[in-house]
Design a protein around this ligand. Structure first.
Ligand code: PMM
Length: 307
């Protein structure tokens, strides 16, 4: 059982083609306004991405990616909003950190760009290492596992070792099983079912189940009907976030924070854990779960994750 709820990261895709919110927050002003709505709905950190990672998506050039995310991060940082950048490119991450991003969310976990680990080592920003086997245009062909939970953990630990070898401080690292990335629906369910095996590694764990296809498949009217569209998947997302909280994850990444927070507050109240930190004191200390206990997450504000 958990003693405090996880961080809630609000998703902001400044892309024309992300599967759930593609095209909605394409211009800087609409993106910034949406980020403020996510904050008003309880998100504590806004995760800003400029390149779609939906299955089959093709890559864009770095300059386009940079042009999409940097003005948004600059504006939000000036407003005092905590931002992370969702990128696999070191040059985009570097510009984002310079613009005020406090965390790098790298869905490739350092595998896509050899420049990412040295950048993180030098700047000391928290770095999400997600389990990843290849870019979006090929990943759905890379779904062979012996035991998906064991294999994902082993491959993530290899990514951790590479990060450490490059001089990254272990205290900067956050792991993510990468639901939907080179995974079938059944793989995602197994990873959720056995999330404690990843939490047991002892590093903070982030989970991104929000509105993903496997939830749509579950919610289709019957086996032969099409998946429920992304906007109808928020209650199911909240349920996965709550279960993940009970497993002791450090954070959840969601499109609709309000529903997820409602679900997590119920779980916190039932656990007798008292106030859900962060909700009522958005700039106060937030609990960071590390597998071995909870520590003051306010350090993230200073761009450093102390565990
Ligand atoms: N999923 C997406 C994008 N970025 N980052 C992390 N750390 N974990 C995820 O599961 C993840 C991610 C794809 O979803 P989106 O298109 O809704 O952003």
């Amino acid at each position: 059982m958990f003693g405090a709820r996880p961080w809630v990261l609000g998703v902001l895709n400044v892309t024309p083609d992300s599967f759930s919110d593609g095209g909605l927050w394409n211009a800087t002003d609409t993106a910034v306004a949406h980020a403020h709505q996510l904050i008003a709905d309880g998100a504590e950190l806004i995760d800003i991405g400029g390149e779609s990672t939906r299955p089959g998506a093709h890559r864009i050039d770095p300059e386009t990616e940079r042009r999409r995310v940097i003005p948004v991060i600059t504006a939000l940082a000036a407003d005092g909003v905590l931002c992370s950048v969702d990128t696999t490119r070191a040059e985009v991450a570097q510009a984002a950190i310079a613009a005020g991003a406090v965390l790098v969310n790298d869905v490739s976990g350092g595998l896509a760009d050899p420049g990412m680990a040295p950048l993180v080592a030098e700047t000391g920003v928290p770095w999400v290492l997600m389990h990843w086997r290849g870019h979006s245009d090929v990943m759905q062909r890379l779904t062979t596992y012996d035991d998906v939970v064991v294999d994902v953990r082993t491959e993530l630990l290899r990514q951790v070792e590479a990060a450490l070898a490059a001089g990254v401080d272990e205290r900067s690292l956050i792991l993510d099983p990468g639901l939907g990335f080179a995974k079938t629906s059944e793989h995602n369910w197994q990873l959720l079912r056995r999330l404690d095996e990843l939490v047991a590694v002892g590093l903070p764990v982030l989970l991104g189940a929000s509105r993903k296809r496997f939830l749509g498949d579950l919610l289709g009217r019957d086996q032969d009907s099409p998946p429920r569209p992304p906007a109808g998947r928020d209650v199911a997302t909240a349920a996965t976030s709550m279960l993940a909280a009970q497993h002791g994850v450090w954070g959840v990444r969601v499109h609709e924070p309000l529903v997820t927070l409602d679900a997590m507050r119920v779980a916190v109240a039932v656990a007798g854990a008292g106030e859900s930190p962060g909700r009522d004191t958005p700039t106060g200390p937030l609990a960071v779960h590390t597998g071995s206990g909870f520590v003051d997450g306010a350090r993230l504000r200073a761009g450093r994750l102390e565990v």
